[in-house]
Design a protein around this ligand. Structure first.
Ligand code: HEC
Length: 311
């Protein structure tokens, strides 16, 4: 009995000291831990775990297409973390990464002076920041995404906004992602207020809400469905989905020369939502930023490894 009381009081003491800094992200930490555990269990041995996690996959698929036992940092590779087939073509393209020229273009844009003589350097004195967005701005009580921050920088310097999905916006973000990856930084999303925690919860709700005539949620495909094959693609797990943007996709490189194949995270998200027959939220809407906030929080601690390539 005494032992119990002592234990409870020390615990309570621990919590009161921890509460100041850690309280607001308590739920998010629990979510992150549960989801990480779920994926680690799921991908530990897909063939063995068939009845629990992969009731609809073929034996051939379970035997031949899985890298077993993925953990920790490996999740930042998205679907290529576990898919042997995906990984083969990925590693091949990575030998001569088509993203290098975009990083160079992004660096030029970063250093190029605006008409007023200032440049992006004035807005982003630190270039290793790709893992810290979206962040919750306590003053405006709103989330700020990287895409939004870039356009706000342009506008505050009397320049025109850029397209939020591709072109210069994607190039500049490729440079920032590369700088962040070179500095070996990790995703670092913070929830430090009640309002920030509420924004996170709204993002989570969006992620788990079923929509459309097929009644699917993001989680249906990217949590429960992760690892399963849809046509010739394996569904990536919702852990490490945001770490590697912007990405170059062959699909985006088709057509006229303006489509150089590089796109922002917002572009990819919108595509995925449109594929489900839904109207995606606008790129810098609260809904989009909240969704990104939730997804990025789950990837906290994973290495930033953009820009990358995707099918
Ligand atoms: C019907 C299944 C399905 C649903 C529902 C779905 N997706 Fe996807 N998603 C895919 C497929 C297929 C891909 C391409 C393969 C992959 O990377 O998972 C993909 C890719 C992605 C990617 C790119 C991952 C990467 O590493 O490049 C993101 C981000 C994403 N989806 C977000 C979402 C979000 C957010 C939702 C909910 C609003 C959602 N998806 C709902 C099937 C789905």
């Amino acid at each position: 009995m005494l032992f119990k009381i002592v234990k409870a009081t020390t615990l309570a003491a621990l919590f009161t000291t921890a509460a100041i800094a850690a309280d607001f992200n308590a739920q998010a930490e629990i979510d992150k831990e549960n989801i990480t555990k779920y994926f680690e269990a799921k991908f530990s041995d897909p063939e063995k775990n068939r009845s629990t996690f992969f009731p609809y996959s073929t034996t051939e698929e379970l035997k031949n297409n899985f890298i077993k036992g993925i953990k920790g940092d490996e999740f930042s590779k998205g679907g290529y973390a576990f898919s042997k087939n995906g990984r083969l073509s990925y590693d091949e393209i990575k030998e001569f990464p088509p993203t290098e020229e975009f990083v160079e273009k992004g660096e030029e844009l970063f250093n190029e002076p605006f008409a007023n003589g200032k440049s992006f350097k004035n807005c982003f004195p630190d270039t290793t920041i790709a893992g810290s967005y979206p962040f919750f701005d306590q003053e405006s009580k709103k989330l700020v995404s990287l895409t939004q921050a870039v356009n706000e920088c342009l506008v505050s310097n009397s320049e025109k906004k850029w397209n939020e999905k591709k072109g210069k916006m994607a190039h500049l973000q490729a440079f920032l992602a590369q700088e962040t990856a070179d500095a070996e930084k990790r995703v670092d999303i913070k929830i430090e207020s009640k309002e920030a925690a509420e924004a996170y919860e709204r993002g989570k709700e969006y992620y788990f809400t079923q929509r459309g005539y097929l009644n699917l949620s993001c989680a249906t495909c990217h949590i429960q469905g992760a690892g399963q094959r849809v046509r010739n693609e394996s569904l990536s797990q919702g852990l490490g989905q945001t770490t590697h943007f912007p990405v170059y996709r062959l699909k985006w490189a088709a057509g006229n020369a303006a489509n150089d194949g590089l796109g922002t995270l917002e572009r990819r998200m919108s595509g995925c939502i449109k594929d489900q027959g839904q109207v995606p939220p606008k790129n810098t809407s609260e809904t989009m930023k909240e969704l990104l906030y939730f997804m990025s929080y789950l990837s906290n601690g994973l290495p930033v490894d953009g820009p990358d390539i995707r099918k």
